[in-house]
Design a protein around this ligand. Structure first.
Ligand code: GDP
Length: 320
């Protein structure tokens, strides 16, 4: 008997990789899609005919109940959010509504309609923010540094609370930064690899950046969605950190990306205060040994290969 999965945020980077994985495993995949004037289907164009879309919005409780009723899910993956940290200072209330309260809306829809469904919440290393210990693991206290991080902390704890209050199979995956050619161009990795390709092709002259000293633990999104699925296949629900265990500066990312295209980054990168944030997360480094041991999860793509993959993909896109 094939299983049903309901995925929110299906048009995003993670939604597309997860949908691909679930389809490969024989799931019937339902995707919650928010109505926009121009459909954002680029990431899932290649599998869109295999997905059943349900219109809905994390801010509209009725639409979520309808989505759970229609899809009758065995597993629910809540990936939808206002997910860009910088925007969370511009739109802190919307970020709170979607990224925090949206989780409760989804949990309530599941609790009222199909409480035995397994639930995955996309939590984030941004919850560690101004880190109180390094490396960060499941027991590390949170100290968020942006309205986005604050909202994700709420989403994490409400997931834990529904598990403890209602005995629901609810898991929170604390995923460190994960990237791919499908990442939005506002995030630093894709912003850099897209710019490198444009500069290489003579379409752009410079790249304006913020803080190059920030350190992140960057992995490949395709590896990370496997961990989401594994979390919902265990005997008991739990929370897990997913990370590479390596940290790199934004400058290292820039060096590798330009270097891969045969360019010297110093000739093109300009620091622009516009991209410096009101409060910064200086260092993230995750310890995913619990996930490796308990879930048998492992990393396949390392940092350098990831950056090169993204530069190659952006060059190829422009060539087309
Ligand atoms: P985040 O970790 O979720 O905030 O992911 P981002 O990819 O948006 O940012 C990662 C880091 O890159 C942060 O520390 C940013 O301050 C830093 N950074 C430096 N310059 C830029 C830039 O021009 N754009 C973005 N998005 N981030 C930048």
């Amino acid at each position: 008997m094939s299983k049903n999965a309901l995925v929110t945020g299906i048009t995003g980077q993670d939604g597309s990789y997860l949908a691909e994985l679930l389809l490969e495993k024989g799931y019937k995949v339902y995707g919650l899609r928010r109505r926009t004037s121009t459909p954002m289907m680029e990431n899932i164009e290649y599998i869109k005919n295999e997905i059943e879309f349900i219109e809905g919005d994390l801010l509209d409780q009725g639409s979520l109940i309808n989505a759970v009723q229609k899809s009758n899910p065995d597993e629910v993956y809540n990936l939808a959010a206002q997910s860009f940290v910088a925007t969370s200072w511009e739109q802190p209330i919307l970020t709170g509504q979607a990224t925090a309260i949206g989780v409760t809306n989804m949990l309530e829809a599941v609790r009222l309609t199909k409480p035995e469904a397994r639930f995955y919440q996309a939590s984030s290393s941004e919850m560690f923010g101004k880190v109180v210990e390094t490396p960060q693991k499941e027991t590390t206290p949170f100290y968020p540094r942006s309205p986005y991080g604050v909202a994700k902390v709420y989403g994490h704890w409400i997931t834990v609370n529904y598990r403890e209050s209602y005995d629901m199979y609810a898991c929170s995956g604390i995923l460190f930064n994960h990237e791919s050619p499908r990442r939005g161009v506002e995030f630093v990795t894709r912003k850099v690899t897209d710019a490198v390709a444009r500069i290489k092709m003579g379409l752009q002259r410079e790249l304006r950046m913020g803080n190059l000293d920030a350190k992140r633990d960057w992995g490949f999104a395709g590896d990370y969605v496997k961990a989401m699925w594994l979390m919902l296949q265990q005997d008991k629900p739990d929370d897990y950190v997913i990370s590479t265990g390596e940290t790199h500066t934004v400058q290292e990312l820039v060096e590798i990306a330009f270097g891969h295209a045969g360019l010297n980054w110093r000739d093109y990168v300009v620091i622009d205060p516009k991209f410096v944030r009101p409060a910064e997360v200086d260092l993230l480094l995750g310890d995913s040994s619990k996930a490796q041991k308990t879930l048998g999860w492992k990393l396949e793509v390392g940092f350098e290969d990831l950056v090169k993959m993204m530069v190659d993909s952006d060059l190829e896109k422009l060539n087309r």
